[in-house]
Design a protein around this ligand. Sequence first.
Ligand code: FES
Length: 122
Amino acid sequence: MVQQQPQPAFYMFKCMQSSPPNMPKPSCVRPDNRDHFQYLAQTLMQKGIIATVQPIQTSCLGRCNLGPVMLVEPGHYMYTAVDKSGIDRIIDEHIIGGNPVEELLIQDAFWGDAIPPSQMAR
Ligand code: FES
């Protein structure tokens, strides 16, 4: 008999894009924060919620000037300027506590409503 495997309750998409040297636009990964995805995964493991929360490394999420960024789903919660203390707060307050961390959420001016699929085609 096959035991049903539950879906993750959350996905945490951590931008791990690093730009080549001399690239004019900034990127989320720099020499001083290359270990932040590992830190995210280890913290989820230490708290015993890695089976419920799926950490995912992504490339650019399109908000490079506000990085390092991390998108939490469900809900399209885009976090900016995420460092290790931000990762701790997002896990403790948003994932475990159910309260998104307002101070780290992207400002509305940079995160307008999504374009509905019906209006995407030109
Ligand atoms: S490099 Fe991270 S959002 Fe573009």
